[in-house]
Design a binder for this molecule. Structure first.
Ligand code: NIG
Ligand code: FE
Length: 412
């Protein structure tokens, strides 16, 4: 099956030679081709260039993209879209003055979602989660990482990971799975933290590895959740079972989680709302991608990741949604890109790099996703007619996506 897209006003995020990520000053540049074509063969990008070099070949399908732009699909490297029910009541409680911490301390928060998840059947969780997955596909996301972490029991965590696996089998969007058993201490282990960590290491991890249910291991390293020492212990165990760490750090407090992640070559450290100069320093020259989640800052009214300081220090940065029922009930990467520009003062070029190639890196898939490169996956966004790509973050509330291609096929 071959598809040719012609008359593309501007083709964005061109990388002739594959790159794995863009750092610091490089993030300011977004290579493009004006008046372009793009050729798809099966599920891969097979050629692209300017319209005057259009190859004279027979194709199965031609798409006229006059006035429209084409870019690689968003790569959302941090979500929790498999969950049961919602936390709308907590949302209203916060409007009425309670903080996220106060709500969590009275049994709300992650434990509230864990209760709902354990009471809901696997089929029902699948059905609720697929709605969210279908929504983000329409919003231009072509690769997504999904975490467990609302089970907090052996059965609950396995149930979530099986749902993620089933979604990956049934949908054309690329999915990576992360085991986040260390999301919170369940009520039953409130006074026996060691007991819960033993459960994660001795019961959950072997079963997950045996059934190949996860690619990565995550820990919520935060005051009141998992300490740095506990985080290190869990990362170490995950690595022994073949899972790379990708961890939640510095959401509310800077307690050394970044340094711990770096020590274990974490693929990414995510959240980073609270950053000390030492945290930025520690990330220099490492393999660890910093990931910002601006929709979470927006929804909780907490600080935004200091993107400018980090980029000035030469660091790369990725952007993701954090789609989850408690802190970010939104999986809209277009909003994330706009909010990064508006609130974090990232330029449109920086934000698009952060939401494509750097997001792909933070899921370990930048060799196949995140840029317009021959041989990469044909997961693409075709915009509506727009004046310039600045319009994507500028018109922050508008849906500027005309259509989406996943695995080389136009989505209905
Ligand atoms: O990334 N911070 C930890 N985990 C999630 C929120 C979990 C929840 O409140 O349900 C996050 O924001
Ligand atoms: Fe998260």
């Amino acid at each position: 099956m071959t598809t040719l897209i012609v008359n593309i006003k501007e083709l964005l995020q061109i990388r002739e030679t594959p790159i794995s990520k863009v750092s610091g000053a490089e993030m300011a540049a977004l290579p493009t081709i004006k008046n372009a074509f793009l050729l798809i063969k099966d599920d891969l990008i097979s050629d692209f260039g300017t319209m005057n070099n259009l190859p004279k070949i027979e194709v199965d399908k031609t798409i006229d993209a006059s006035g429209k732009m084409v870019l690689p699909s968003w790569c959302d490297s941090h979500t929790h879209i498999v969950y049961a029910g919602n936390r709308e009541q907590e949302f209203v409680d916060r409007i009425n003055g309670l903080t996220y911490e106060e709500i969590a301390n009275r049994g709300g928060g992650i434990l509230n979602s864990a209760k709902k998840l354990n009471e809901t059947s696997e089929d029902e969780i699948y059905n609720q989660s697929k709605e969210r997955l279908e929504e983000i596909m329409q919003l231009g996301t072509g690769a997504v990482e999904i975490k467990s972490g609302y089970g907090l029991t052996v059965e609950g965590e396995l149930k979530m990971l099986r749902v993620i696996k089933q979604l990956a089998q049934n949908y054309p969007i690329t999915i990576k799975a992360t085991f986040l058993g260390a999301h919170a201490f369940p009520t039953a282990f409130k006074d026996n933290k060691k007991g819960y960590i033993d459960l994660i290491i001795n019961e959950m991890l072997p079963e997950i590895a045996k059934n190949k249910l996860a690619d990565f291991i995550d820990v919520f390293c935060e005051t009141g959740y998992f300490s740095v020492e506990e985080t290190e212990q869990i990362m170490q165990a995950g690595i022994q079972f073949g899972l790379k760490p990708k961890i939640h750090v510095n959401q509310f407090n800077s307690i050394g989680g970044i340094q711990a992640g770096i020590k274990y070559n974490a693929l990414s450290v995510d959240h980073l709302e609270i950053m000390k100069p030492d945290d930025i320093e520690a990330l220099k020259e490492t393999v660890t991608m910093p990931v910002a989640l601006p929709s979470c800052s927006y929804f909780l009214s907490i600080p935004y990741t200091p993107a400018r300081e980090m980029i000035s220090a030469g660091l790369p940065l990725a952007l993701a949604t954090d789609f989850n029922p408690g802190t970010t009930p939104s999986g809209n990467m277009n909003f994330v890109v706009a909010t990064a520009c508006i609130k974090m003062k990232m330029t449109p070029e920086e934000a698009i790099n952060a939401a494509t190639i750097n997001g792909a890196y933070a899921m370990g898939i930048s060799q196949t996703h995140g840029s317009i490169t021959k041989g990469k996956k044909a997961n693409l966004i075709i915009t509506k007619p727009i004046h310039s790509y600045y319009q994507l973050p500028y018109a922050f509330g508008s849906n500027l996506i005309d259509s989406v291609i996943l695995d080389g096929i136009l989505l209905d």
